[in-house]
Write a protein of this length. Structure first.
Length: 364
């Protein structure tokens, strides 16, 4: 690890963070006024956005710019964190040019923005004694609540439904997996396993039905204040559609209904009773969610829900909650997920589901 010190060309202005919103805007309190500063960072900036955190702004008097101020640094946990992603390459260029990086010193040539081929570009090409190396630069702004050497285990899974590609020797395979994950339980082929995934059931209603607060507030916990009874009703109906698909495909119980995830008694769900309450009270589950890039959308909606919907279409059954969530998300993102997502057609499954199940269970 290196401390690459590079001075800003202009003095920065100290202030206190009020909030960040709509991804690119931050309200900052200066000595005598509150200003809106541009946030040149598209990431979640997890752990940096606590109210009253010390921040440093640059000022630009260019009349063509809509905002005079830009966010450069945030002080968190007694450390200054550079959040302007445009500065990362400048800092590394400074380090390379002044031989501040031990492993990359004394280069004969330093070239920025060099193409490796027609499709691949690297941030730097450096050459020393005829030896060429490519350097890629990334800006990381994550801070952790716990010590860097600490792993927080909020709760342990009591059951992990697992599908096996072939039924041949599935008992031996499951036993090997149990040596690593004792909570694993066999649930049939991999299609059955895919339809045991809780992510596409829990996350889409929480994200889509909380999209307003997520875009407006700098902090909004979908698992806490975002999990209300009305939203849970939608989630439970969505789960009923998942279970209906499983039954139509011939899969038998247990189906592990999502209701049990929120229950304090009765049958234990995958993570035991009161799993949701444990996650919320730990405060380890709070996330900054960008509706356009977060895994709850990219994975659970574009892949998980789109796949469920295509299965339902193939089975000729109605899944109105699944379909509606996909339609709303498609409108927000500006693309038809029912066509572009992970569907049977896009996976090349243009034959009957009976044939698919036979392939998945073939012992050869």
């Amino acid at each position: 690890m290196y401390n690459l010190i590079m001075e800003f060309t202009k003095s920065l202005i100290k202030g206190k963070l009020i909030k960040r919103y709509k991804r690119f805007f931050t309200d900052v309190k200066l000595d005598k006024e509150v200003v809106v500063a541009h946030c040149p960072n598209t990431g979640s900036m997890k752990g940096l956005l606590d109210e009253n955190n010390e921040v440093y702004l640059s000022k630009n008097n260019d009349p063509k710019r809509k905002l005079k101020y830009g966010l450069e640094l945030i002080k968190a946990h007694k450390n200054l964190v550079g959040v302007n992603t445009h500065m990362a390459n400048k800092i590394v260029n400074h380090g390379l040019s002044n031989n501040l990086i031990k492993e990359l010193k004394n280069n004969d040539i330093i070239k920025p923005e060099v193409f490796f081929n027609k499709e691949t570009r690297f941030d730097f090409l450096i050459e020393k004694d005829g030896q060429k190396s490519f350097v890629e630069v990334k800006n990381v702004t994550l801070t952790r609540k716990k010590n860097i050497n600490t792993i927080a285990i909020t709760t342990r899974a009591s059951k992990l439904p697992t599908g096996i590609y072939s039924n041949e020797d599935h008992k031996k395979i499951i036993q090997k997996l149990k040596n690593i994950y004792p909570s694993i339980v066999y649930c049939g082929d991999i299609l059955s396993g895919a339809l045991m995934n809780a992510g596409p059931i829990i996350h889409p209603p929480l994200v889509i039905l909380n999209v307003g607060p997520l875009e407006h507030f700098s902090k909004w916990d979908i698992h806490n204040e975002g999990t209300q009874k009305s939203i849970q009703k939608v989630m439970f109906e969505l789960d009923n559609e998942r279970i209906l698909i499983r039954k139509k495909l011939g899969y038998k119980s247990p189906h592990y209904p999502i209701k049990d995830h929120y229950a304090n008694k009765g049958k234990k769900w995958m993570y035991g009773n009161l799993a949701h309450d444990k996650l919320v009270s730990s405060k380890d589950w709070r996330e900054d969610i960008n509706i356009h890039s977060h895994r709850y959308v990219i994975e659970d909606i574009k892949e998980g829900l789109a796949f469920m919907n295509s299965l339902a279409e193939k089975l000729n059954i109605k899944v109105p909650i699944t379909s509606s969530l996909l339609d709303i998300t498609s409108t927000i993102l500006g693309s038809d997920i029912k066509k572009s997502g992970r569907t049977l057609s896009n996976l090349g499954v243009n034959f009957s589901l009976n044939k698919l199940k036979k392939i998945l269970s073939d012992k050869k």
